[in-house]
Design a protein around this ligand. Sequence first.
Ligand code: ADP
Length: 155
Amino acid sequence: MKRAIYPGSFDPITNGHLDILHRACEVFDEVIVLVAVNPNKHFNFTPKERVEMIKDAVKGMKGVTVDYYEGLTVKYAKEHNAPHLIRGLRAVTDFEYEFQLASANEYVDESIDMVFFMARGDKTFISSSAIMELANSGVDVSKLVPDSVYQKIKK
Ligand code: ADP
């Protein structure tokens, strides 16, 4: 049984995240979408809201569960017997950040490895922050996020 973690802020989850998740499910039997909880960072949505929106968006996806965690993702991965962390790459800027993250993770626990998926061409511009900026300016983002997020943003 191959189990992986897909960690992130998911503030909120977007169709870009979902695309990575669908592709990860082709490789892994079980994927835990892990919402990062960082009390020192400002988020648009609470961990509970982010988890609820993801749960709704992944309904019916086999092998996918959702959880949240305050602490190092590698520690969560070790505790849950999931030696792979899934991440997505959109641009060179992502690469630099992810490369640093991978090195730091390796320093903490080298038994945990990272697996990267390249963003699909039509999803490279999608980020949680861009979605919120567009939505706050009145742009219709219904094609960029799952319905659970769209309904929440509309409110
Ligand atoms: P974090 O704050 O940990 O970077 P995010 O929720 O912003 O969390 O992203 C989680 C992961 O998903 C990151 O690896 C990010 O690069 C990736 N990701 C985000 N949006 C997309 C997208 N549109 N296409 C591919 N990967 C993406």
